[in-house]
Design a protein around this ligand. Structure first.
Ligand SMILES: [Zn+2]
Length: 115
């Protein structure tokens, strides 16, 4: 005997059924989709905000130098980036879409913008 994943009622009938009816199955699936779309929306918002902050730095020839504390004050969240690129010389850049950054000594950060 199995219990419905949505309402917890005992399911009568085939043993491979997970829900007592279509209503319970739909309710369960909708809730799960909503949770994952909330999570994705929050992460997308953070990425968008990070990208906006990075793109507002003063770039000259596709490069900019700033500090970790300035970006933090402006609201960046360093946990969220879209890709990690490690070059042959060991330099590690985190990219937020087209803008990458590398932590330098002390508080400095080097930004590079892909053409
Ligand atoms: Zn049910």
């Amino acid at each position: 005997m199995q219990n419905c994943l949505e309402c917890g009622e005992k399911i009568i009938g085939r043993s491979d059924k997970k829900f007592c009816n279509d209503g319970c199955r739909n309710a369960f699936n909708n809730k799960n989709n909503k949770d994952s779309s909330n999570l994705m929306r929050n992460i997308n918002n953070k990425l968008r905000k990070n990208h906006r902050i990075l793109s507002e730095q003063k770039f000259v020839d596709g490069k900019a130098k700033t500090t970790r504390s300035k970006l933090t004050t402006e609201g960046i969240d360093f946990e969220f980036f879209t890709s990690l690129k490690i070059y042959k010389n060991g330099a590690e850049y985190r990219f937020v879409y087209d803008i990458g950054y590398k932590f330098l000594e002390e508080d400095w950060i080097l930004l590079v913008r892909k053409e």
